[in-house]
Design a protein around this ligand. Structure first.
Ligand SMILES: [Mn+2]
Length: 512
């Protein structure tokens, strides 16, 4: 759905979920601003028994002049008036008809949300559960409709919406979220103010009580804490505290919220990457991700109850963590003696790739970040830096000598194909950010085509379990292999061990 489609209506009511949080308020506020600037009659409302009372939200509303109104449930007439007069009702950060939002009467309905899709019968819907915040979704819709956010009040609101929904950005993982964080005009002093009015005394007590009871596994040195219902930021607070305990190498802190479980993950050992553990915990029943040390996620109640109808949540998290540690082999490639007896020989096919000679597009010494669906890759432009774009749009640095040995330049322009689609918004194209100037360019637009010379031989076998490989060239970060992926080792270097994703493997290698 595009925002322009909603311009056919002249009077519009925007509704946040009940007990609105910063993300819902920010999303609603940005839409309010958009429609008001286009001459529409707009209202921004929320319903439910409780008025906004968290100090940070009260400050946000006051300092950013957000015209949000509370419509009370008991005043049926008022409820009717709030939306019935409007031609269109838009629910933000929630889905019309779902349990966390009071159903207001409406002539036409639209949904803009970033939770798992729950309501499927509303045609005017934009739901993208990949995103860390609904603010990001609204921001990208505004951008797609050619609208630039120059108003720093709106910018600050959206920034704070993402900030609070991703535990102060520590649990951010989608590239669009990072794009918004970097692009918005934002009054940082206000963020500081909001951030330090985040907890009520009651919530401090909840955090304290939560820390008295924990599950600890001394084989795997993990801890789990379940907290009473509280603002999700408190999960981050508790887990930041818990991970500092000497006996704890990784931890999960979670609580129950209306439609599922929200959790934070922390790790302080290289064998467990918090983002990978978070996505493992939520696999098939939600979403999770973040950074190596800090991550988080969400588990959808309906999906959970489908898969684990009788399991209570403490048991779920313990079992899932045990499964995570039990069923995984760790390979330190530098010292690992690989057994070739059950591996087959394969040869690299002459696959197409893209390459960018970095020094041709930016001055030598420029710090750059290449942003892809898989994450950010930082590099510095050097004379011989070649940035490669693989068959799935994945990006990695190479050096001229290695490049010339392994690839033939075709002389044709490069066309990005095969990149992984990302939700409804389609493909996220790799972008190169000049960190010195803030300039952003599409990487593929500057790429030429090349073909792998092929011929290089490897031994490989299909994985029957999860494997983490610390390659010989990166001992800090592992490559994860799942069942069905391939473990590979170069024939001419028994310590050059790595993992190739199943699909990429078949596209790249052929039996020798
Ligand atoms: Mn949200």
């Amino acid at each position: 759905m595009r925002l322009e489609e909603l311009l056919q209506y002249d009077s519009i009511t925007i509704q946040c979920h009940d007990n609105p949080d910063a993300d819902a308020i920010a999303s609603g506020f940005a839409l309010y601003w958009y429609f008001q600037n286009r001459g529409k009659q707009v209202r921004l409302v929320y319903a439910g028994r409780n008025r906004i009372q968290k100090p940070n939200l009260l400050l946000m509303v006051e300092k950013l002049h957000i015209p949000i109104e509370h419509v009370e449930e008991k005043g049926e007439a008022q409820l009717q008036a709030a939306s019935a007069a409007a031609e269109l009702l838009i629910t933000v950060d929630c889905q019309y008809g779902a349990g966390n939002v009071t159903r207001l009467p409406a002539r036409n309905v639209a949904i803009i949300d970033h939770h798992q899709t729950e309501i499927t019968d509303v045609a005017l819907s934009e739901i993208d559960p990949h995103l860390g915040s609904c603010s990001t979704l609204v921001w990208s819709m505004l951008r797609d409709s050619g609208c630039r956010i120059e108003d720093s009040k709106v910018g600050t609101a959206l920034y704070y919406g993402l900030y609070t929904d991703t535990n102060q950005f520590s649990e951010i993982f989608d590239p669009l979220d990072m794009d918004m964080r970097d692009a918005l005009p934002c009054e940082k002093s206000l963020i500081t103010l909001f951030r330090n009015s985040n907890l009520s005394l009651q919530e401090m007590e909840i955090a304290g009580v939560a820390m008295i009871r924990y599950i600890y596994n001394d084989d795997y040195r993990y801890a789990i804490i379940r907290s009473q219902p509280c603002d999700p930021n408190i999960l981050g607070l508790i887990s930041d505290f818990l991970i500092q305990v000497a006996e704890v190498d990784s931890c999960v802190v979670y609580n129950e919220i209306g439609d599922g479980y929200k959790f934070s993950v922390r790790s302080c050992i290289r064998e467990v990457q918090a983002n990978e553990l978070a996505s493992f915990l939520a696999e098939g029943i939600g979403s999770g991700g973040g950074h190596r040390e800090k991550a988080g996620g969400f588990i959808n109640r309906a999906l959970y109850e489908n898969v684990y109808p009788t399991l209570h949540s403490e048991a779920f998290f313990s079992q899932r963590l045990n499964d995570y540690f039990d069923n995984c082999r760790i390979i330190y490639a530098g010292e690992y003696e690989i057994d070739l007896s059950d591996m087959r020989r394969y040869r690299k096919k002459p696959v197409h790739a893209g390459y960018v000679e970095a020094a041709h597009i930016l001055p030598i010494g420029t710090p750059v970040t290449v942003r892809t669906l898989e994450g950010d890759v930082d590099m510095t432009v050097e004379e011989d830096l070649i940035i490669m774009i693989g068959i799935r749009g994945e990006v990695y640095p190479n050096h001229r000598e290695n490049f010339e040995k392994n690839y033939t330049v075709t002389g044709e322009p490069y066309r990005l194909s095969g990149a992984r689609p990302r939700g409804k918004s389609g493909v996220y194209e790799p972008m190169i950010h000049n960190r010195a100037t803030g300039e952003v360019m599409k990487l593929a637009a500057h790429a030429g085509s090349c073909i792998a010379k092929g011929g290089s031989h490897i031994h490989a076998k299909e994985l029957t379990e999860r494997v983490k490989v610390f390659t010989a060239w990166d001992e800090e970060k592992y490559m994860l292999g799942r069942k069905g992926d391939f473990l590979a080792v170069r024939c001419d270097d028994r310590h050059d061990i790595y993992v190739v994703e199943r699909e990429i493997f078949f596209e790249t290698y052929t039996p020798a």
